[in-house]
Every structure is written in C-alpha cells, then in structure tokens.
Design a protein around this ligand. Structure first.
Ligand code: GSH
Length: 254
C-alpha cells in the first residue's frame, strides 16, 4: 500500500506533507512546564491543569518562588520572569497562562480544550479572559493556599462583589451550556483550568457563595488531578507560612 494512502486517512486528505509532519510532531511533543509552589501558585495550577486534564505530555519543574531563586531559575527563558512558563521542544517559550491556553488549543484541536459549540466557546473565552484580567479583590485579599480553611474570614465589599459576579457568570455557563457534566461547560474545558484556583480560594477562606458556585467548588476539590496537585503541594512545609491571617485554622473542606 502506498505510504500516502492508509495512515493518512485520519487526517485531512488535502493536507500537505510539511503541515502533516508539523502536526505529528506537535502530537508527540512533551512540554516542559516551570511552576511555583503547588500549595500557593494559582497561576501555576492553571498551567498544569491545562496540560494534565487534556493528557498533553508534560514534565513539571519547580521554580524557587519562595526560596529566592526564581530569577535565576528562569534566566534562560528571558523575557519570561513569572510562573508558569511553558517550553516546547522546538524552542518556543510561552510565559502567560492565557497565551499558553490559546497556544495549546490551536496546536491540539483534537483535544477539545475549548467547548466545541461556537457560542459556548465564545462565552468560555469571555469568562476566562475576564478572570485573567479581573477579580482583583478576590485575588488580592484571598491568596490561594491549599493547606487549611481560615475560620471567620470577613470578605470586604469588593471581594463580595467579585463573588456575586462569579455567581452570575457561573449560573449562565451551567444553565446554558453545562448539561453534559458538572464542569462550567459540562465537560472539562480551559475555563475550568482557569477557575480551579478561584474554587480553591473560596474553599480556603470559607467564602459564602450560592449553590451553583458551591457545587462547582465541590467538583473542583474532588477532581483527582486537583487532589494530586494539592497532595504534592502539602509535602512542603513553610516557616513562616506565606500570606498569614490572624485567624484560626480548620481542616481543608474536602
Ligand atoms: N499573567 C501571568 C501571571 C503570572 C504570575 O503572576 N505568577 C506569579 C505566581 S502565582 C508569580 O510568578 N509571582 C512572582 C512575582 O510576582 O515575583 C500568567 O497568566 O501566567
């Protein structure tokens, strides 16, 4: 059988060889992901989930976010200076989580990183971008930590406004697009990778949210990938504890 006919039936029949080889090399590519401390680095969690949840081959490397070696550890990837940083075997360095998401979605269309339906996909992109650029009160006041729940945390009005906004966004996603499963768009999408740290902040600070958001928090906390990430994060101890609160601690709620 001529080489050109059989194995290529699965690909677009009019695809030229250079394009096909490029796609094949992307399929077999292993990404190197540089991350911060798992228990605290919300952006790193996103970066890792967007590879892990879609079975995209990767190796994670820990960067010294709190030990003071971060600049040195990332020096070879300049101008990258924050985590996560994702590198491919062809030399591309992608150093922003939204850029990573779009790069992976473009390279791995078969993996379904964004929802398949165009309207759902547009909404998924919108809420992901809104999180990336906003929710500053929630992010600023409730730094992600996966160790315990702070007891009696009093959210500011600005944090409460962020939570009410989250409820609106999530209700629409779940009602309109979420019929096929427990995630924002039913099955897991990049939006869920982005909102996982938000779920962790709600859990870690015992924030009050409506049932739709609470169900989503529970789904995230029960996710095996999230649990595996957290378990690795808890293997490191911190003295002093980053982002302390003058509050008692209760067990992590999951
Ligand atoms: N826009 C970046 C933000 C990355 C970011 O702020 N990462 C934090 C870790 S959670 C960081 O590297 N902080 C170290 C610092 O600010 O020096 C992204 O989306 O990846």
């Amino acid at each position: 059988m001529p080489l050109r006919s059989a194995p290529l039936m699965a690909f677009h029949t009019n695809e030229n060889w250079p394009s096909l080889l490029r796609r094949l090399s992307l399929w077999s590519m292993t990404y190197d992901l540089y991350i911060g401390d798992r228990a605290f680095s919300s952006w790193s969690l996103r970066g890792w989930l967007m590879l892990e949840k879609f079975d995209l081959p990767h190796r994670a490397h820990l960067v010294g976010l709190y030990s003071g070696t971060m600049a040195e550890d990332l020096a070879e990837f300049a101008p990258a200076r924050l985590v996560p940083v994702m590198c491919d075997e062809a030399g591309a360095v992608i150093f922003d989580s939204l850029a990573m998401a779009e790069t992976l979605a473009e390279r791995h269309p078969e993996a379904g990183l964004w929802p398949a339906d165009p309207t759902a996909r547009a909404y998924a992109r919108s809420i992901t971008a809104e999180l990336h650029a906003g929710f500053s009160a929630l992010r600023g006041d409730c730094a992600m930590q996966l160790f315990h729940q702070w007891v009696g945390f009093e959210p500011s009005e600005a944090v409460q406004a962020d939570l009410r906004r989250l409820e609106v966004l999530f209700e629409i996603a779940r009602e309109r697009y979420g019929a096929d499963g427990p995630w924002l768009f039913g099955t897991y999408s990049l939006a869920d990778a982005f909102y996982a740290p938000v779920a962790a902040r709600i859990a870690g600070y015992g924030l009050k949210v409506n049932p739709v958001v609470q169900a989503y928090v529970d789904t995230t906390l029960a996710d095996p990938s999230f649990r595996a990430w957290r378990a690795e994060g808890l293997g490191v101890s911190y003295e002093p504890f980053p982002y302390p609160q003058p509050l008692e601690k209760a067990p992590w709620p999951a």
